[in-house]
Design a protein around this ligand. Sequence first.
Ligand code: PLP
Length: 527
Amino acid sequence: MLNNKGRPTQPAAVDSTDPQMETFTGNKGLELESPLIFEQGVPGRIGVDMAEPETVKSRLGGLDRKDPIGMPDLSEPQVLRHFVRLSRQNYAIDSGFYPLGSCTMKHNPRINEKVARLVGLGDLHPMQPTSTVQGALEIIDSLAHWLKTITGMPAVAMSPAAGAHGELCGVMAIRAAHEARGEARTRILVPESAHGTNPATAALCGYKVEAVPARKDGRMDLDAFAAKLGPDVAGVMLTNPNTCGLFETDVKKIADLVHEAGGYFYCDGANLNAILGRVRPGDLGVDAMHINLHKTFSTPHGGGGPGSGPVVLSDALAPFAPVPFVTRGKEGFDLVEQTEGAAQQSFGRMKGFHGQMGMFIRALAYMQSHGADGLRQIAEDAVLNANYVRVGLQDKLHSPFPGICMHEALFDDSTLKGTGVTTLDLAKAMIDEGYHPMTMYFPLVVHGAMLIEPTESESRQTLDLFIGAMSHLLEKAKAGEADDFLTAPHFAPRRRLDETGAARNPVLRWTAPENSDKEGTALSAAS
Ligand SMILES: *Cc1c(COP(=O)(O)O)cnc(C)c1O
């Protein structure tokens, strides 16, 4: 079995109740503990010594806050240390392997960051006159061109701010198209394996969501789908490759059937990484598809920046696209804020300004640094890596849908049966081994699902070590060592959190304890 050579081996599972493991400060080595930032505040302590402000006449018309807002008073080093410490406890793609299925946690190349920080781009303001931001508009236009070319679609709405926001954009365009024909359709069909955002989007747009079952091979059941179609169906929302990591082989048939019924085909494009440069969704009959720039095109997921979810649209839906959009005229680029006259079919605006400019720049830098051949290789390597993991673990874990997968390998929990170890326990033990766990219990159609997406940016060495660590844990579980799993993670700054308590009884407001005894605070961290 593979071991992480060169890394000092950890001691066996630590019993944190062992007095030997306790320290006076609560710190462990250089892993520091500190109270909540609200508990650290000392009235009157300040970070910056500024001159007394002159009394100015408020322009808030009496809406001024009269009472203190409850922010802690802190020094600059306190603030700095607090947030640096928290950032060091945060696991990120920049710190290690992050095989979270369905999320495409790939490396975010630094060339993207360098370009996004260029003075002419980093200092732009969305309210500048268009004559002063021609280069920025050209970036949006070029990215739009690449997205249309990659997907084989005629139009793209750039403003949506995430995948889910893109779904909202697509379904609003579908609704507007039906309304323009004077039709009030009421149902949207969604496969059982869909990401939760699909039914949520359809429901938010006022549609009744109807689930379509999956076949034994993990694809949508075509007969069940056809039987549900009717004149009241607005469309179908299908993910391809789907959330079981499989290509929907009947996708053209699905498109034809929904079109014959007068509905539209929304394709969830979050898994575009698997087919980049290999399949053009436009050729499959798609009417609308969001693209997660923060997945396929390597822009940061949250934290380091917002997401971005442009939506490519078919000719049928393009007239209903949201404003604003960029046009190229004789005088240069222009921003259309409103559609006029006969063309006024846009369903409106989804967001202030143009979209996530910083993400547009990063995504375009990524595309241009790879080129068309490089983008195609991304998909090929992503699929190769997922299958490497699938085959590497096939003796230890059971694949519910045998055969080659796309960009993610899906396993069920059948081989854990009788061990006393669940998917969740295994995930917690993975944290001790230094891995962000895979996606668990999703898709819902697979019992105890484990969805592993390595992405193309991981090396064979990383995958070998991961397969070795997973195999080791699975052998341990099967050897009857369940107890170790039930208390994992042992080496993380926190043990198992009370997730149910946090969801059912969230404490969202900090109140100063009666006496500032640290143990008395409502928010003292669970361990
Ligand atoms: C990530 C994802 C989404 C949602 O995208 P966000 O950018 O997180 O809103 C939707 N569908 C699938 C299949 C996804 O993987």
